[in-house]
Every structure is written in structure tokens, then in C-alpha cells.
Design a protein. Sequence first.
Length: 209
Amino acid sequence: MAKVVYMNHPLIQHKIGILRRKETGTKEFRTLVSEIAMLMCYEATRDLELSDVEIETPICKTTVKELGGKKMAVIPILRAGLGMVEGMLTMVPAAKVGHIGLYRNEETLEPVEYYCKLPADCHERDTFVVDPMLATGGSAVAAIQMLKDKGVKNIRFMCTIAAPEGVKALTEAHPDVDIYVGALDDHLNEHGYIVPGLGDAGDRIFGTK
């Protein structure tokens, strides 16, 4: 069974608090989303596999630890997920980046696919699907299923804010996928928005509203 990890680090909680404020402007919002993703990445990668590698320091030869295997892939769900990529790459610069394009039908609230481009060796990597919001869970469930259909096995999901309904939907649909959540909110309103939430993350990241 997958684990659900709620980030209680003071820096993450502090930055999410600023993120929520309606007066936080586009530039600051974008910076905060990236910084929170970086801090969450640090927490979420604690159990990545390490390998012993022999190197030479200025003094002598020694054995050090390095990330093993094909390392990481970061897959943002377009478009809001793009805001988390830079923070992730700050922590793991060698990670490859794919993209999954989904949008939510405003009437049915169901995800609609319009784009999918993944690293060729994605199936050999520890893959992090990222999206600032986990609301109904529909987009996350669909994105992860797209990855599984393409042979990707080691999948984790990371979001800044989640609703209980989204966490429940994702864990039930993909019980093998670990979930990392910055903050768990109260509920979804009648429009499918997270309460108290922070509004539309994509609009606030890109200044489109």
C-alpha cells in the first residue's frame, strides 16, 4: 500500500501560508511554488537508491555515495505543474523532464488529455508527477494511468495543496503510488475547488486572470 506523506516542515508551511494570500502577486506566487517544490523534493527523495562510487579527492582515493540507476524524471501536469519543475531541478539537475497535458472539463470535472511527451527511458527512472493542486484527483489519476500504460513503474505524486477527496481518489485508483502533500485542506466546494485553497494555481502562476 502506498504511503501518503504530509509535509510538516516549518519552511514549507510558512511559504504555503504566503502562497494562499489573495494579495500575493504573480511573480511572488511563481517563486513560492518553485521554492516549495524544492523543499518538498528534498523531503520526498529521502529513500532514493544510492550506489558506491570510487573517486579521487585532492588528498586520496575514497568511496562516496551517488544516486543509483537512471535517477529521476519530473513529469508536470500542464499547465500549473510547470511551476514546480524549476524547484525540482534545483535539487536534482540531472533529472529529465516530460510533460502531460490535461485539462478539466468545467461541466463534468473529468480530465481530458491533449498532450503526452516523456523521456525515452522514463520507465527506468524514479518518476515524480507534479501538480500544485490535488482537487478531485481526476487529473492525477489519469496522468499516472498514462504513465503506467507506457511502462513506467516507479511513480510518485507530489502536490502543494490537496483536498481529502483527491487523496482518497488517488490512493484508491493507484494504491502503489506514494503521495507527497504540502498541506491537506478541508474539502471541495460545489465547483470542485479546494477550500480554503489558493484559487486557480495555473492562473496565479502565469498571470492569466
